[in-house]
Write a protein that binds this ligand. Structure first.
Ligand code: NI
Length: 165
């Protein structure tokens, strides 16, 4: 197990659509992704953020409260969304230090495959729903910045890019 380097925006790979995993054994990568996510003090990490262009992500929304609950979703599908949109600030390990107010659904129903190949269906709300929607976006090459008003995006990203130049 090891901590992997995390790609930072505007790396082009963060804007690409990822490929299905299918029956491939992703367990070594998943272990590294959890190590990487916890080491970076994050609550979610998608495979493209470590340069693997496959449809899977890991998350754990409670570990910072002392209650580890690691979850992995392989080839996830959004089955349904609660239609009530809520705006909250989100951080992304690929855009470190930038808080972006993003509108998301309050609840989602997901279908996914786990690391052993079993298929699951489940309902998520609260922090889980938000993190799942954020990480799912990564699999389609979408960042939180891609979901906000262009004028607000410019206001937020210009100083962020300038500080890194
Ligand atoms: Ni992210």
């Amino acid at each position: 197990m090891s901590v992997l380097p995390i790609l930072h925006w505007p790396d082009k790979r963060l804007s690409e659509r990822c490929a299905h995993v299918g029956q491939r054994d992703m367990r070594p990568l998943i272990a590294d992704m959890f190590d990487t996510m916890y080491a970076a003090n994050g609550r979610g990490l998608a495979a493209p953020q470590v340069g693997v262009m496959k449809r899977l992500f890991v998350f754990d929304t409670t570990w910072k409260d002392g209650d580890k609950a690691p979850m992995v979703m392989i080839d996830p599908v959004v089955i349904a969304c609660e239609r009530i949109p809520v705006v909250m600030e989100e951080m992304c390990l690929s855009v470190p230090g930038l808080a972006v107010p993003v509108e998301r659904h309050t609840a989602v129903t997901m279908q996914w495959t786990d690391e052993t190949g079993d298929i699951h269906m489940g309902d998520f709300d609260g922090a889980d729903a938000r993190v799942i929607q954020h990480e799912f976006d990564h699999l389609n090459g979408k960042l939180h910045l891609d979901r906000i008003d262009p004028a607000l995006r410019e206001t937020l990203e210009k100083p962020w890019l300038a500080a890194r130049a």
